[in-house]
Design a protein around this ligand. Structure first.
Ligand SMILES: [Zn+2]
Length: 493
């Protein structure tokens, strides 16, 4: 348990801490995972397609739009699966409700299942549709029938949620305004998941067994863990988990049943003062107590990887160029832009291109991992000293990104992520996280005498002497000291 405090919290949800670690599946397990990811993606798309068809039907003026929610869709799915199994002559064990529904479906008596209708109106409506409109239950492929049904149902629920968000968005004037500003039409339906384009993942709500070095996953058996001690060990310690694959590596992220926060020993606590932290591009963070955290993107390893990435991207673009034929707009506002791309060979056949793409993914993932590791260690170090409070400035990242010269370095710094993570860590350690208003002139004030030097607005001034008291200031360190002293702030954690 001692080491799990080093585990990285995955989501910004502060109340529940998730634990994430890498899996070390065998080749057979890798293949099984690929299938599982594939069927979850299929389920997501199946749900969207079904509801989109109904939606279009409604829009064309045929009756009310009967949206089918995840629960009703699951019932329909189970029934269809049952029929598929029965058709293949496999033994089936229908539930009472399913038996009743099946009887009506197969006999075609036409009488709606009134008892169930009273219990679950959505299911009843769906079945009524099935019975009255003679809409047959679909016949599923054997691989769908064989897929792990709980992760399929979770995928339905995710798609349901996406649809909910979609309906919500369409009623949201701010959202529509944002789209219009970019000259875009609102989407017709939530986006379908595409192989290779969306992140592979399955979500499971199930009792999972965890041992020190391995985890038991449904349908996969025991899967080895790459590192030990990141997930709470035991039989029923996990309430839900997500298995995902990024750049060929598999991860499991678990939400434990009980929050396993280490209880803080307040008796030994050293009630040190609060600190101010100046976040920036030159250095990631400068704390008012004198600590300077370098920008990892200047480190040798990251620069080497960036060079490698560039080489790999150049190679890929060269290979793509060789098999594509492009037509360009010759007139109009889009003149010079690509109009249409045709491939002389199907992409899936180009083994070297696929290999190249995988290499790029891997290098990119490596860079991101190093960055995140650096950030998480920095945050851990800042909060482990248990200051009374931490003050940061309000970063208007959208405005800062508008500066072309800073945009790249800024996005590489991921300051938004830093703040989210810091907030979570502060909450866990019981530290007050303060944020000052964007108008607070943290870099212009003299941290010794309070004199405001307007000339420091110029970003090129890295160091200055106070005209009133003569103190020599480093720009960022001075800002951090001012942040620590700030009296007007909002508490964000
Ligand atoms: Zn001064």
């Amino acid at each position: 348990m001692t080491r799990s405090s080093h585990a990285r919290p995955v989501q910004e949800v502060s109340a529940v801490k998730a634990f994430r670690t890498e899996l070390h599946p065998t080749t057979a397990q890798q293949a099984a995972l690929t299938r599982a990811f594939g069927s979850a993606r299929w389920a997501y798309n199946e749900f969207l397609a079904f509801n989109y068809a109904r939606y279009q039907h409604h829009r064309d003026g045929y009756g009310a739009y009967g949206y089918c929610n995840a629960y009703a869709f699951s019932v329909r799915f189970s029934l269809a699966k049952l029929l598929c199994k029965r058709a293949e002559g496999k033994p089936v064990k229908p539930t009472m409700a399913q038996t009743q529904l099946l009887d009506e479906l197969l006999v075609g008596s036409g009488s709606p299942a009134m008892d169930i209708a009273r219990m679950v109106p959505d299911v009843a409506r769906l079945l009524l549709d099935t019975l009255t409109q003679a809409a047959q239950l679909p016949h599923y492929e054997p691989w769908v029938v064989a897929a792990h049904s709980k992760s399929i149902k979770q995928a339905f629920m995710h798609a349901d949620k996406a649809y909910g968000k979609f309906f919500e968005n369409r009623k949201n004037p701010a959202y529509l305004k944002r789209l219009a500003k970019r000259g875009k039409e609102p989407p017709e339906h939530p986006r379908f998941k595409k192989r290779g384009k969306t992140k592979d993942s399955i979500y499971l709500v199930e009792r999972v067994e965890v041992e020190r070095h391995r985890i038991k996953l449904p349908g996969l058996g025991w899967v080895r863990l790459k590192e030990h001690g990141y997930i709470p060990v035991g039989k029923h310690t996990i309430s839900s988990m997500t298995v995902s694959r990024v750049a060929g590596r598999c991860y499991v992220s678990c939400i434990p049943k009980q929050s396993q926060h280490p209880t803080r020993n307040t008796a030994n606590m050293n009630p040190s003062e609060g600190i101010g932290i100046d976040l920036g591009i030159k250095n990631l963070a400068i704390a008012s107590d004198g600590r300077v955290v370098e920008n990892i993107n200047h480190a040798k390893e990251i620069r080497r990887l960036n060079k490698k990435l560039k080489r790999q991207q150049r190679a890929l673009s060269r290979k793509l160029k060789a098999i594509t034929h492009r037509t360009y707009y010759t007139e109009g506002p889009k003149k010079g832009q690509v109009k249409h791309v045709t491939y002389t060979r199907p992409l899936r056949e180009c083994k070297n291109i696929i290999k190249n793409q995988r290499d790029i993914e891997r290098t990119w993932q490596r860079i991101v991992s190093i960055r995140h590791d650096h950030m998480d260690k920095t945050i851990h170090e800042l909060v482990s000293q248990e200051p009374r409070f931490i003050t940061i400035e309000h970063l208007n990242i959208v405005n800062m990104m508008a500066n072309r010269h800073l945009a790249r370095a800024l996005s590489a710094q991921e300051l938004g992520r830093f703040v989210t993570r810091l907030a979570a860590a502060c909450e866990e350690h019981g530290i007050e996280l303060r944020q000052v208003s964007p108008w607070y002139p943290s870099s212009q004030l003299c941290s010794q005498c309070g004199y405001r030097n307007h000339a420091v607005r110029n970003l090129n001034i890295r160091a200055w002497d106070c005209p009133r008291c003569g103190t020599h200031h480093d720009r960022d360190m001075n800002a951090a000291r001012n942040l620590a002293r700030a009296e007007h702030y909002t508490i964000i954690a």
